[in-house]
Design a protein around this ligand. Structure first.
Ligand code: EPZ
Length: 419
C-alpha cells in the first residue's frame, strides 16, 4: 500500500463538543466533524431533546450548527444510549443549564463493565441530587456550586462531563486526577471560547471558575489521533510507504515511540499539509520486531490502539506481551485473529502474541469499533480473502475507511449480507 491519507476530525472530540452546545442558547458552529455514525446518533439525541442542528458538507468533514435555545424534554432515552454510551455526556450540561436531566444508564459494553459512578459522584459533589428509577438516572439541581473532586480512576468522559457542568456552577471547581487526553483539552478550548474560565486542561489538575452564562462560538475539531495511528499500522503491516496528512504528531508520541522500537519509523514532514495540520511519513522499515506494551491513560499508549497493535505484533519476529490496563475485556479480536492463523494466548488482562505467523483470509466478525479496525488490518496482511461481518462497528468511528484504504492501494470493498 502506498500513497497518502487525510485524517478526519476526532470522534472522541466531536462528541463532547456537540453536547457542550447544550450549555448555551446561542449558536455553536463546529467544523471538521467526522462523518461517522456515532455523530449521527448523538445528533438524533440532541434533536430529541429539542435542539436545532444543521449539517453542511465541507472540504474536510462536516460543519454542524447547533442551537439549544430551549429544551423540550431533558431525557436521553434507552434506545439511543444503548447505541452509544457517550450519550451520557448530555448529563452534565443538562443539569448545569436546565437543572434537570434523565439519562438511561448505559449498561455493559463489549469491552468492559464501564460504570458511570464517577460522573454521578462528581455531579453530586457539585450539588446535584441523583436518583435512579427504571434503568434511568435522574439528576436535579437548583444551581450547581463549585467544589473539589478527585477521580479515583482517570475517566475521559467523566472529566468532560464535570468540566462542562462546573463551567456554569457558582464558584471554583478543582478536578484532580483528571484525564489529560487531547480530546479533553479540545473541549476545554471550545468551552473557553464560549466564555468559560478553565485552566489546566491537559494536566491532572483542572480548575474551572464558574460563570453565569456561556455564549456561542465557532470551533474546529482536532484530527483523530486513533485514525492516524490505525493507518500508520496499515502501512507498516503491508510494508508500504504512506503519508498521513492533517494529523497532530504530538498527540501520537507514545504510539510513534513504540512503533519506532518495533522498526516502523514515521517522520514528521516539515511544514503544513496542504490540507492543514501536519504530515507524518512512514517508509518500509524491514523486519518488524516484537515489543511488549501496556496500555495507559494519555500520554501513555492508548487502549484504542491496542487491537491494531496486536495485529501488527502477529507479523513481528518474536513474542510480545500486551497488557490492557484500562478495560477488563478488550481482547475479543484475539480470537478472530487466531482464526486467521495468529498465535495468541489471552489470560486475563494479558495477551501473548507469538510471531511472525502467516495470516490466511477467513470469515470473521467484529465485536467493537477498534477490534473491527484490527481485523481490517489483518485482512490487508493476510493471504487470500477475508470477510468481516458486523462492520457496522467500524462505521461508528472511521469515516469511509474502505475508500481511504482503496486510495492507498488496498483491495477492499463493502459487501452487503445478500452478496
Ligand atoms: C473514552 O471512554 C473513549 N470514548 C474511549 O474510546 C476510550 O477507550 C476511553 O475513553 C479510554 O481512553 C469517548 O471519548 C467517547 P473512561 P470513557 O471513563 O470515557 C472506569 C473508542 O474506541 N470508569 O476513561 O467511557 C472505566 O470502567 C472508545 O473510541 C469507572 O470505573 O472511558 C474504565 O475502566 C472506546 N467509573 C476506566 O475508568 C466511571 O465513572 C477508563 O474509562 C468512569 C470510568
Amino acid at each position: 500500500m502506498q500513497g497518502r491519507v487525510v485524517i478526519s476530525g476526532a470522534k472522541n472530540a466531536a462528541l463532547p463538543a456537540l453536547t457542550a452546545a447544550l450549555l448555551t442558547e446561542d449558536r455553536v458552529i463546529l467544523h471538521n466533524v467526522p462523518r461517522v455514525r456515532d455523530i449521527s446518533t448523538l445528533r438524533s439525541l440532541l434533536e430529541d431533546l429539542g435542539v436545532d442542528s444543521s449539517v453542511t458538507h465541507e472540504a474536510h468533514g462536516n460543519r454542524i450548527e447547533i442551537e439549544a435555545r430551549q429544551l423540550l424534554n431533558p431525557v436521553a432515552p434507552y434506545e439511543l444510549v444503548k447505541q452509544m454510551r457517550a450519550s451520557v455526556l448530555v448529563l452534565g450540561p443538562l443539569v448545569a443549564r436546565f437543572g434537570q436531566a434523565r439519562v438511561s444508564l448505559p449498561g455493559g459494553c463489549a469491552i468492559g463493565v464501564r460504570p458511570i459512578n464517577l460522573h454521578l459522584k462528581g455531579l453530586e459533589k457539585l450539588g446535584a441530587k441523583i436518583s435512579f428509577d427504571h434503568g434511568y438516572v435522574q439528576a436535579r439541581a437548583n444551581g450547581l456550586r463549585g467544589t473539589d473532586f478527585y477521580f479515583d480512576t482517570i475517566s475521559v468522559t467523566g472529566t468532560e462531563n464535570l468540566m462542562m457542568a462546573a463551567s456554569l456552577a457558582e464558584g471554583v471547581t478543582e478536578l484532580e486526577n483528571a484525564a489529560r487526553e487531547p480530546e479533553v483539552q479540545d473541549l476545554a478550548c471550545l468551552l473557553n471560547k464560549m466564555g468559560a474560565h478553565i485552566e489546566g486542561a491537559g494536566t491532572h489538575k483542572i480548575r474551572i471558575h464558574g460563570v453565569s452564562r456561556l455564549h456561542g462560538t465557532e470551533h474546529t475539531i482536532i484530527p483523530d489521533r486513533i485514525e492516524a495511528g490505525t493507518f500508520l499500522i496499515a502501512a507498516a503491516i503491508t510494508g508500504g510507504e504512506l503519508q498521513v496528512e492533517r494529523c497532530i504528531p504530538e498527540h501520537l508520541t507514545a504510539v510513534l515511540a513504540r512503533l519506532g522500537e518495533v522498526g516502523v519509523h514515521a517522520v514528521q514532514v516539515a511544514g503544513e499539509s496542504s490540507n492543514g495540520g501536519q504530515i507524518l511519513r512512514v517508509k518500509p522499515g524491514g523486519k518488524l520486531r516484537a515489543l511488549d506494551i501496556s496500555t495507559e491513560e494519555y500520554p501513555g499508549f492508548p487502549t484504542d490502539m491496542q487491537a491494531q497493535y496486536m495485529t501488527l505484533m502477529t507479523q513481528a519476529g518474536g513474542s510480545s506481551v500486551i497488557t490492557e490496563t484500562i478495560f477488563e475485556n478488550r481482547f475479543m479480536h484475539a480470537l478472530e485473529l487466531a482464526r486467521m492463523g495468529a498465535d495468541i494466548t489471552v489470560s486475563g488482562r494479558c495477551a501473548v502474541v507469538r510471531g511472525k505467523t502467516p495470516l490466511s483470509g477467513a470469515k470473521i466478525q467484529a465485536s467493537d469499533l477498534r477490534a473491527s479496525a484490527s481485523l481490517v488490518l489483518a485482512g490487508l496482511a493476510a493471504e487470500g480473502e477475508t470477510l468481516i461481518d458486523r462492520v457496522y462497528h467500524i462505521d461508528r468511528g472511521y469515516e469511509r475507511i474502505e475508500e481511504k484504504l482503496t486510495l492507498m492501494g488496498a483491495k477492499i470493498s463493502r459487501v452487503s449480507e445478500s452478496d
